[in-house]
Design a protein around this ligand. Structure first.
Ligand SMILES: Nc1ncnc2c1ncn2[C@@H]1O[C@H](COP(=O)(O)OP(=O)(O)OP(=O)(O)O)[C@@H](O)[C@H]1O
Ligand SMILES: [Mg+2]
Length: 235
């Protein structure tokens, strides 16, 4: 579904991505793990076309998408839940959700889509009139994912859904992510620093270090890999 070939991305003189190759198969959950500053967010923002590569190609369903503007990438079926959530503090929860559907042409189905989202995140339904900025951290994360779902993506990019959230809620959010994937077949590219939980839900994983992919494999075998365990699982 997604195929990235020899992708290079720079911030001025800083080389953030140095030849990334990565594939995501339809209906799978793929995780990208790595330390602070490895380039994970940069990669997601480049897939979303917010950043433009210096060289390399991003194919989505056979089509090169890295020349498209970000709103066209959303229309093609890719949606991102950004790091740090980035919800609109001064808009209500309902308005935040509606913002997620702004590129959609078939807006008549929005009501059904909202109902569908509430089945995964019932907490969101209870808070529709509340201002986004007054939600708890975990609720904001659920809202950010819900908002990304409002564009009806085929590929959902999640940037550190566990960030700043209590372990019990992290478990809950990840259970919802897995259920979403199982029930709807939505494909997920999951960026995480919490390698433990990411590898436990993913089918396949990539390990990134300073702009390079240094290791890839089935999530199960990566979780057993000694170097991964030492570097990312705190053993
Ligand atoms: N706007 C920017 N200008 C210059 N350098 C940047 C910019 N954004 C990111 N970088 C640099 O690019 C590198 C990769 O950053 P990125 O945010 O992609 O890392 P990350 O893997 O997402 O890290 P984290 O786990 O901390 O979120 C870092 O060295 C970072 O300082
Ligand atoms: Mg990041």
């Amino acid at each position: 579904m997604l195929e990235i070939k020899d992708l290079h991305v720079n911030y001025g003189a800083i080389k953030a991505l140095k030849g990334i190759n990565l594939t995501v198969k339809e209906k799978s959950i793929v995780t990208l793990i790595g330390a602070n500053g490895a380039g994970k967010t940069t990669l997601l923002r480049t897939i979303s076309s917010i950043l433009k590569p210096a060289s390399g190609l991003i194919h989505f369903n056979g089509e090169v998408i890295n020349e498209l503007p970000p709103n066209k990438v959303v229309e093609k079926g890719i949606s991102q839940s950004p790091e740090g959530r980035m919800i609109f503090s001064n808009l209500t929860v309902k308005e935040n959700l509606e913002m997620g559907a702004y590129t959609r042409k078939d807006k008549h189905n929005l009501k059904d889509d909202l109902e569908f989202i509430y089945t995964f995140f019932p907490r969101i339904k209870e808070r529709l009139k509340q201002l986004g900025g007054t939600l708890s951290g975990g609720e904001q994360q659920m809202l950010a994912i819900s908002r990304a779902l409002m564009s009806k993506p085929k590929l959902l990019l999640l940037d550190e859904p566990s960030l700043g959230i209590a372990p019990i809620l992290v478990k809950q959010i990840f259970e919802q992510i897995v259920e979403l994937n199982k029930k709807t077949g939505i494909t997920i590219l999951l960026v995480e620093q919490n390698a433990n939980i990411a590898l436990s839900v993913a089918d396949y994983g990539y390990v990134m270090e300073t702009g390079h992919i240094i290791l890839e494999g089935d999530a199960g075998s990566l979780a057993k890999n000694e170097n991964v365990r030492k570097a990312y699982l705190g053993e």
